[in-house]
Design a binder for this molecule. Structure first.
Ligand code: UVW
Length: 331
């Protein structure tokens, strides 16, 4: 069944099968994983997650930090310091309420779509990677209905294992203009200076320093300092072309959106987040956001390396559009 007649310009829909739900993750083959394992030379690990209660001050309106509560047992007792009658066991169980995109996380392919007329009837649908649609492939939330991504839930990403070769590029000195936007030339210059080579199936990891500031400042978030951390210039056609042609599997950054939208003009028939459109919708490239690269970046720099084994599965949470992650780099 082909679920679309027209695809957005440059989209790879169908390349990995009409029913594909994991996009460029398909490019990570057992051979790629073996090459990635070869980067784990010292057996030393770096955890690339922020504590999930960071950012401590809200930087994204509507997204809330995790809040923990005890589980309530069947007998109504709070299951914390909970004892079993007639035995010596002591049990704690807890429950978390959090926005899945609050802290270190993966954007699933169901997280972001565009309005596009894929069935050619003259009316734009809300369309996602591989032509999946809001009105058919999601359960929309209602008074008695939980939302659910039926086709592109994050569990499909989890099932790939999300393991491969990570390549870290430090882009802190490569932003241009008042918003520190990194275009194709800036990214290539950073990669060249650092000897970073991105191959098909790799995870491109971008170090901007943003998460370092979140850790440093805690609840006293310094919005001015954060604003001048660099980010990709999603509207640069040369950058988008390179992302396509490089064959990279995913892009992960230590900032909230990978790209920056400061300075982007709103336009009725264009996306405000062109890199999201290009990656998540057109090419099936997952985006990792608010990762933490500070320690890893220092170690790689000192050891004149940029590649490592990356293992970063999301939660296997059926129907979710994104997920917290605890990515691990092994060098
Ligand atoms: C949006 O796309 C709105 O958010 P994120 O940066 O989590 O992808």
């Amino acid at each position: 069944m082909n679920r679309w007649l027209k695809k957005p310009e440059g989209a790879n829909w169908g390349e990995f099968g009409d029913d594909d739900r994991t996009g460029r993750m398909n490019l990570i083959t057992p051979r790629h994983r073996q090459q990635a394992l070869a980067e784990a030379r010292e057996g030393r690990v770096f955890v690339l997650s922020l504590p999930l209660d960071h950012p401590r001050g809200g930087i994204f309106p509507g997204r809330h930090a995790p809040s923990l509560e005890p589980t309530i047992a069947r007998d109504g007792r709070t299951m914390y310091d909970w004892t079993v009658v007639g035995a010596i066991d002591v049990v704690n169980d807890d429950r978390v309420t959090m926005d899945l995109q609050y802290s270190t996380q993966w954007d699933g392919l169901s997280h972001y779509g565009i309005r596009f007329d894929a069935d050619g009837d003259g009316v734009a649908e809300h369309i996602f990677y591989n032509g999946f649609r809001s009105d058919r492939d999601f359960v929309q939330p209602g008074p008695d209905r939980e939302p659910r991504a039926l086709a592109l839930g994050i569990e499909h990403l989890a099932m790939t294992g999300v393991q491969g070769r990570g390549v870290l590029v430090d882009i802190r000195d490569y932003g241009r203009g008042p918003h520190q936007l990194v275009d194709f030339e800036g990214l290539q210059a950073a990669m060249q200076a650092q000897g970073a080579e991105v191959r098909e199936g790799d995870f491109l990891c971008l170090y901007t320093g943003y998460a370092d500031l979140l850790l440093r400042d805690g609840a006293d978030v310094d919005m001015e300092a954060l604003a001048v951390c660099p980010g990709l210039q999603g509207g640069d056609p040369a950058l988008l072309r390179w992302i396509d042609e490089s064959g990279l599997a995913a892009i992960c950054a230590d900032n909230p959106m990978v790209e920056k939208i400061e300075g982007v003009q709103r336009c009725e028939d264009a996306a405000l987040l062109p890199l999201h459109e290009h990656c998540l919708v057109k090419l099936g490239i997952h985006l990792g956001e608010l990762w933490w690269f500070g320690e890893l970046a220092a170690w790689l720099r000192a050891n004149r390396r940029s590649a490592f084994l990356l293992t970063a599965p999301p939660l296997k949470l059926p129907g979710a559009v994104g997920s917290p992650a605890t990515p691990v780099a092994t060098v």
